[in-house]
Design a protein around this ligand. Sequence first.
Ligand code: MGD
Ligand code: MGD
Ligand code: SF4
Ligand code: MO
Length: 692
Amino acid sequence: MPDSSPFLATACPHDCPSTCALEVERIAPDRIGKVRGAADNSYTAGVICAKVSRYAERVHSPDRLTRPLLRTGPKGSGQWREIGWEEALDRITDAFLDAERHFGPEAVWPYYYAGTMGLVQRGSIQRMRHLKGYAGQYSTVCDTPANMGWLAGYGAIRGTDPREMAESDLIVNWGGNPVATQVNVMTHVSRARKARGAKLVTIDPYRTGTADVSDLHIMPRPGTDGALACAVMHALFRDGFADRAYLARYAAGVERLEEHLRDRTPEWAEAITGVPAAEITAFARLYGGTKASYLRMGYGLTRSRNGAAQMHAVSCLPVVTGAWQHRGGGGLYCSSGIYRIDRKPIDANDRARPGVRQLDQSRIGAVLTGSARDLGDGPPIKAMLVQNTNPAAICPDSARVRAGLLREDLFVAVHEQFMTDTAALADLVIPATTFLEHDDLYRGGGQSHILVGRKVIEPQGEARENHIVNNDLMRRLGADDHPACHMSAWELVDTVLKASGLPDAETLAAGRWHDAQPDFETSHFLTGFGFPDGRFRFAPDWAALGAMGGRDGLDELPALPDHMPPGGTTDDEHPFRLVTAPARQFLNTSFTETGTARKREGRPTALMHPDDCAALGVAEDTPVRLGNRQASVVVHARPFGGLQRGVVVVEGIWPNGAFVEGLGINALTSPEPIPPAGGAAFHDTAVWVRAA
Ligand SMILES: Nc1nc2c(c(=O)[nH]1)N[C@H]1C(S)=C(S)[C@@H](COP(=O)(O)OP(=O)(O)OC[C@H]3O[C@@H](n4cnc5c(=O)[nH]c(N)nc54)[C@H](O)[C@@H]3O)O[C@H]1N2
Ligand SMILES: Nc1nc2c(c(=O)[nH]1)N[C@H]1C(S)=C(S)[C@@H](COP(=O)(O)OP(=O)(O)OC[C@H]3O[C@@H](n4cnc5c(=O)[nH]c(N)nc54)[C@H](O)[C@@H]3O)O[C@H]1N2
Ligand code: SF4
Ligand SMILES: [Mo]
């Protein structure tokens, strides 16, 4: 772009696999205008989602936090007074030092997640953790079960270049809803449809926006994909679609698999999934008969107790047909394994203290309310800094999270852009910049670019970036003996790029992005799968997976792809299964602060089959109570034909305050870890439903 252009290049920081290359109009030193996708980025291709194209509404919202706020009333009362930054940082320092003095460093729990995916701003809190020896965070809330399920068979996280979709004849969107959650997938699907008449199949328990525009929508009961995948594989072997030469060369456990699948018939799966056997067979024929078939796997099917097992079962399909050998064939779950970015300069991982306790992010409710199972022999948590995440809304068992955060003897500082549910419960709230107000480095999760994001405008109000706030705290805490503690974010971007053997920051900024996609052979695993023998595993070594692998439920995982019962198994008292899928206009809880997104989403709504509605005597707009042993929540009903009976879908992680009784959807979801290595079963909750 010419220097005179009012549009500046950056990247979308949100937790979305697209990581779009953006161009942002700067209309004043502190104001943006339009936001658009870079047309010349081969993945973004000029397309971004509506919510980010409206970013001016978010960044310039009158509800942005602009000054540090100190609580003056009881916790959660909403009574604050403005204080200066020096006082705010001193107070956090005092609280941390006090906790350390009385209970040791493991009583301090820095807590963070992916509000920004920028490596520097996101990772700087890790540096503080490691330099101070504070309690560790075992991050499980998003991709742990998916990673485990994929790694179980593949041993490495990569896959077919998403741009190769243009050469596919069949795209199978299994457990994702890209129209809402990663719109760029649809760009590449459209190319294949236009150029080759490719077919799109969606496998999702309800008729999503993506299912709506698909050629075929298979609608299984949630949590039954393992059975569906087995029946498809049964038909592939039976009907001659298994590529035996490929299997002999590239896979282990083939005979065991075929033998095991013999009674996993489409009829067997129909009873479990609710999908007619004929439909399963027809899909198997379509899939088996198409060489260039692209399996695009989402996270949705992994947010169940059987999530890792389901991911593994489905991920076997392109191995059975040998689709990996063909251009446009194979598939992708995530590209995180292709990058060789050295993060040590940011997170000081090499300075982590051995043996420090790791606390499960998803179990923050249990941790903060003193669960012995979670705390082990260690001290209670006495002080926290929360950055880039909103656990009071997004973590399972949220009523318990709230109870924990409300503890009188716990000090909580929240660094935020908005007064989120979590910030509202804090002792101290400090204002954060958005990606438009700071520098950072990004990499795609569903594509292969490394991008720099330079600051576009000046910080709003007194907002400060994570990297600087954390460095200021480390200095005060007497732990700034690390090069990153004395660098600007931009200097750190440059340091990381150089340490990783990548183009330096200025070069990358000038070229705007670097494409890290490996060559065809590597991407397609034709050089072998990620195990010493190079072979795909139909029979995974579950116990070997994951940092904390093998803790919970290892014995429940199937030895070969199979139907493993989900956790939220319905019973007479809880006849419905709840799926809490993302909302199109929100990104997790981000954008719930903006008027347009809220208006378009309406309000928390339960999609239910019209026959279930009739049986319960509820109609459109009737308030209904969803409940289980953990909690109950009131939302409004909407009869909807696009799901099976017994399934309820509530989209979006709305703020607690958007619910009739002020208690959000995650009050119902379970904090029990998903085997083999943890994770939250957000789409796997057995509930009862009554007119409220
Ligand atoms: N019921 C249900 N619950 C879910 C899910 C679900 O599907 N259903 N999905 C789960 C998943 S996959 C995830 S990843 C989690 C995500 O949960 P979160 O990580 O909490 O979600 P986000 O909304 O992405 O980001 C949280 C906050 O980060 C802040 N933020 C953004 N950038 C910055 C920054 O630079 N500095 C600071 N200090 N703050 C910043 C934003 O203002 C936002 O409030 O939710 C999980 N919870
Ligand atoms: N607009 C928007 N975009 C987002 C987000 C958002 O909240 N809103 N969140 C971002 C984040 S953090 C992430 S991790 C990604 C997640 O994005 P996705 O990979 O799309 O995963 P999920 O959103 O969890 O669920 C996707 C679909 O899986 C379906 N599903 C639920 N259970 C099952 C099942 O048992 N089997 C099958 N086959 N499908 C099932 C759900 O109905 C849903 O339609 O999206 C990112 N993008
Ligand atoms: S599609 Fe995803 S990465 Fe692209 S602008 Fe929207 S939220 Fe950001
Ligand atoms: Mo996520």
